[in-house]
Design a protein around this ligand. Structure first.
Ligand code: ADP
Ligand code: MG
Length: 686
């Protein structure tokens, strides 16, 4: 067995109990420990004198014990240990709270180095709760100290000791797996040096170099694995080969509008995929309103006319219902049987649908996650589409796919992200981009205003409604609770229906309503039986009411940039000039920056890039959605330049040596397999 795969339990000083805790941190082997990257560092290299220190700062000092310890007990449960000290500049005290046992540790005249927070109390300079060691030891003080992510029952110092001990015995076994030419080309630190310095760097520059090396290798291995996964798909001929159909041109010809150039390009990519006997795995990215639905409609048409069933899953009942209705319209006269399956379908009807679905009498099933329940069986599912994929987890998407035998897969998203990132985040998917809006859309005018403008905003809404338009009013998002958000929506609704617009028809929509009620309200809004719809973000996704041309968002500062963009995308869908009014109640520079960005562009790519910049990738993507290996060192945002290099190199290597069998590459190959097998994916080299 490889020494690095040794169970962590057998490291000196570990044992079963500690091993259990380490496992909670994801550390199972020696290698895991060596790659357990600090989340931060504390720089204790800079020594100061007492005179140089400012109150409140944390500093390292060289001190000498000056006198006997004193213990004060100002109240029950509190003891204060004070030991007089001096350094070359001043006299002071070491002070510890509730750590009486330290009183006998030192002798007068002893020299120590300490590190702690500087405080001033009644003219005394104090170093509070310091850590200490003998002068010259340099274990805890006088160096850059790693700060590790921890779990209960294990301290930072314990981890430091374990890493040290692992390093002594095992660092030599760490093997350089990158070929020398790559190391030279990108000026990378060697692997042993990098692992050592990421834990115990001598200085900042060595720390940076070690992180760069480890990030690069991580991105390279991940990206190569992802490219190879894609290749595997390309090489395994287990997908459905759909027919080349002439009918499809006719169908497209007869659509109520002409496809945009971008839509035609994406349709073509999908058609080509579908005609191959490999399983399609395609992400369709397109800004709100770019017309993704019709692309799905065409793909479904092709699947059904080739003799297969198709399914389309949407995150909300409103959206599923809307898709169902538009599909029925598009397929009118084409003999395609469409059904809707959502939670609110009555049991009897549900059973009937399930029966017909099993027999193959239904061609297309549209629905919410109700369609991934166990009892939903298809006759021969050939195409599975997920709309607004960011609302679903990997698992739900996988369940949908399992309803057929290697059906082709399309996932659609309105969160456009830069291709570099998409290559990592959507890993094994091919990517199609609709980067053009249908013609005739007027740019939505966006204004950010303060709360003092609300009256004028209301006047403006009134004027538009009198001209026959409709408005959305989005109420503040209250982070802590859905109930409070609903309350805010209800209050706003009452205010508008009773006081501000008593003569208009005002409606209310929120997430706590029954699906039936929601549908009803949405239906009324669509039919223009409601003029003004007060709503929570339930309208965020996909809803289409062309006559609505105003979106007012209260407390806009509480929403993320991408979310505001999504909300804004609900208007500007008809021929009328549309407006988005952001009511910003915050003076925070980041919110102001967000508002400014929204006013300056309606390009979803630009907005998502800015969003990424303002929030960082962690928050941007929320929990990881794609079930691929996690990044431990690299940061997708700050290491963007490095990511580009790694992607380029990954591509070059794979083009040169797709099976990674040449000398120098077999070690990378092993790394890739290792990484992906942890995430439950097998990479086949064929
Ligand atoms: P999204 O990409 O946000 O899902 P939709 O598919 O809902 O967008 O399309 C938005 C609106 O644009 C719909 O009313 C749709 O019928 C219309 N549309 C889509 N493609 C075109 C086109 N090529 N020309 C004109 N209108 C289009
Ligand atoms: Mg849509």
């Amino acid at each position: 067995m490889e020494p690095l795969s040794t169970n962590i339990q057998y490291l000196k000083g570990v044992g079963p109990k500690r091993a259990y805790k380490l496992r909670k941190l994801g550390i199972n082997t020696i290698e895991d420990l060596l790659y357990y990257i600090p989340r931060d560092y504390e720089d204790r290299t800079q020594f100061k004198t007492l005179r140089e220190c400012t109150v409140g700062e944390k500093a390292s000092l060289e001190v000498e014990i000056l006198g006997e310890p004193k213990i004060i007990r100002p109240r029950k449960n509190l003891s204060i240990l004070k030991i007089p000290i001096r350094d070359i500049s001043y006299n002071g005290y070491l002070v510890w709270f509730n750590q009486e046992y330290l009183k006998d540790k030192f002798f007068i005249g002893e020299k120590l180095v300490v590190n702690g927070k500087i405080n001033r109390m009644g003219g005394e300079l104090q170093i509070v709760n310091p850590i200490y060691e003998k002068t010259g030891a340099r274990e805890k003080i006088g160096r850059i100290v790693p700060i590790y992510p921890l779990t209960e029952g294990i301290t930072n110092n314990e981890i430091i000791k374990l890493v040290q001990s692992a390093m002594e015995k095992y660092l030599n076994y760490v093997d350089e797996f990158l070929p020398q030419e790559i190391i030279n080309k990108y000026d990378l630190m060697g692997i042993k040096e990098a692992i050592y310095n990421v834990h115990f760097p001598k200085n900042k520059s060595l720390l940076e170099k070690s992180k760069r090396r480890l990030s690069f290798q991580e991105l390279l291995v991940l990206q190569m694995g992802l490219f190879l996964l894609k290749n595997k798909n390309i090489n395994s001929k287990n997908g459905i080969r759909f027919k080349k159909l002439d009918e499809i041109d006719e169908f497209i010809e007869n659509l109520p509008f002409k496809l945009t150039r971008a839509q035609r390009k994406v349709v073509k990519e999908i058609e080509e995929d579908m005609e191959k006997d490999i399983q399609m795995n395609r992400l369709v990215q397109g800004d709100v309103g770019s017309g993704k639905t019709v692309v799905a409609v065409i793909a479904i048409f092709k699947a059904v006319k080739s003799g297969y069933q198709a399914v389309m899953m949407a995150p909300t009942e409103i959206l599923a219902t809307q898709h169902f209705e538009s599909l029925k319209k598009f397929y009118k006269g084409y003999d395609i049987e469409v059904e809707l399956l959502i939670g609110s379908v009555p049991q009897k009807k549900k059973e009937e649908i399930l029966g017909r679905l099993r027999e193959g009498a239904i061609d297309v099933l549209v629905g919410t996650h109700a369609i991934i329940q166990d009892n939903v069986e298809f006759h021969n599912l050939g195409l599975a589409i997920t709309d607004e994929q960011h609302r679903f987890g990997v698992k739900q998407r996988a369940l949908l796919t399992q309803k057929g035998r290697n059906p082709d897969i399309i996932v659609m998203t309105a969160t456009p992200i830069p291709r570099t990132l998409a290559l990592i985040l959507y890993g094994d998917l091919d990517i199609s981009i609709i980067d053009e809006l249908p013609p005739g859309r007027k740019e939505i005018e966006t204004y950010a205003v303060g709360p003092q403008m609300i009256e004028r905003v209301n006047k403006f809404v009134e004027k538009q409604v009198l001209e026959g338009r409709q408005a959305y009013i989005v109420c503040p998002l209250i982070e802590e609770s859905d109930t409070l958000t609903v309350k805010a929506a209800e209050d706003l609704y009452l205010n508008f229906s009773d006081k501000v617009f008593p003569s208009f028809r005002v409606g209310l929509l929120h997430g706590k309503m029954k699906p039936r009620e929601k549908d009803l309200i949405m239906e009324e809004f669509k039919n223009h039986e409601i003029d003004i719809l007060v709503s929570t973000t339930v309208i965020e996704v996909g809803v289409n009411v062309p006559n609505a041309n105003i979106m007012v968002i209260y407390n806009a500062e509480r929403f993320g940039l991408a979310q505001l963009h999504q909300l804004r995308g609900r208007v500007g869908r008809g021929n009328y000039q549309s407006y988005c009014i952001l009511i910003n109640e915050s003076n925070n520079p980041i919110s102001r920056e967000r508002m400014r960005i929204l006013q300056s562009t309606t390009d979803g790519f630009v907005i998502s890039e800015k969003d990424l910049e303002l929030r960082g990738p962690g928050e941007f993507f929320g929990t990881r959605q794609h079930g691929l290996p996690e990044l431990k060192v690299a940061n997708l945002f700050t290491d963007m330049a490095l990511l580009k290099l790694a992607q380029k190199e990954a591509m070059e290597i794979i083009l040169k040596d797709p099976k990674l069998e040449k000398i120098g590459y077999e070690k990378i190959r092993h790394k890739i397999q290792q990484l992906f097998s942890k995430a439950g994916k097998e990479i086949v080299f064929n």
